[in-house]
Ligand binder design. Structure first.
Ligand SMILES: C[S@@+](CC[C@H](N)C(=O)[O-])C[C@H]1O[C@@H](n2cnc3c(N)ncnc32)[C@H](O)[C@@H]1O
Length: 215
């Protein structure tokens, strides 16, 4: 998260004393980005990390050795499945009034188009009541938008985007949720090892850093 081009802007919003903005990190994994946000000055009560895997959240506590640390330093980590659950109900209602900032790193590319629409629609609903709502993150992308195979054995059928298809997805989500979104692609990186390492990524894949702003 911290190497995303809009991280300085996100940090400034989250640390501003005049703002009550909070951040949800969807698919937080080990929670390294939550710890980094706190290290960079964001109050832990403004940070919520959600992942489908309680095992990864627990492994994060073991890795960072901060389980049960001072109460004010405890970030909210929640086990949740964005495809089937209602994010407004996560964290004992902590998100019931919505959230201004969502990070979603390396999650969209795990799914096919229809699941991505579900995912994005839930994020749109979660943020829709907020001024200046922004959803940002990164994912594998492709100059050939469409169905791609992902994973070490290319076993997962997923949808890989370019800017055009990503914009179309958010148009579909906008129509379904009564919202409107402006898409920015901030970086498209041909190959920094992440994409081809272990033959994980798409053939001829890219790494795309995006932001999606509520209009
Ligand atoms: C590739 S990892 C990315 C982790 C982290 N965001 C990062 O950038 O390092 C994708 C994460 O999404 C989580 N995930 C997958 N499906 C999910 C779902 N339906 N709901 C919530 N989290 C999910 C996985 O458990 C995993 O931790």
């Amino acid at each position: 998260m911290s190497i995303h081009p809009i991280y300085p802007e996100i940090l400034s919003r989250l640390t501003s004393t005049s703002s009550s903005s909070r951040i949800l990190d969807l698919g937080c994994g080990l929670g390294q980005d939550e710890r980094k946000l706190m290290f960079d000055g964001v109050k832990p009560e403004k940070i919520v990390g959600v992942d489908i895997s309680q095992g990864l959240i627990n492994a994060g506590y073991d890795l960072f050795m901060d389980r049960g640390s001072k109460e004010e330093d405890i970030i909210t980590f929640v086990k949740g499945d964005i495809l089937v659950e209602d994010p407004l109900k996560w964290a004992e209602g902590k998100l019931a009034e919505g959230v201004e900032i969502v990070h979603v790193g390396a999650v969209f590319h795990l799914f096919e188009w229809e699941q991505q629409v579900v995912l994005a629609s839930k994020l749109a609903t979660l943020t829709s009541s907020k001024e200046d709502a922004v959803i940002f993150g990164y994912q594998f992308s492709s100059p050939n938008p469409g169905v791609h195979m992902l994973g070490p054995k290319k076993e997962a059928k997923v949808f890989g985007h370019d800017k055009g298809s990503w914009t179309k997805l958010w148009e579909e989500v906008g129509e379904a949720t009564g919202t409107k979104w402006r898409i920015e692609i901030l970086e498209v990186i041909p190959d920094r090892g992440l994409v081809t390492k272990g033959n994980w990524g798409f053939v001829n894949g890219r790494l795309m850093r995006f932001s999606v702003h509520k209009v």
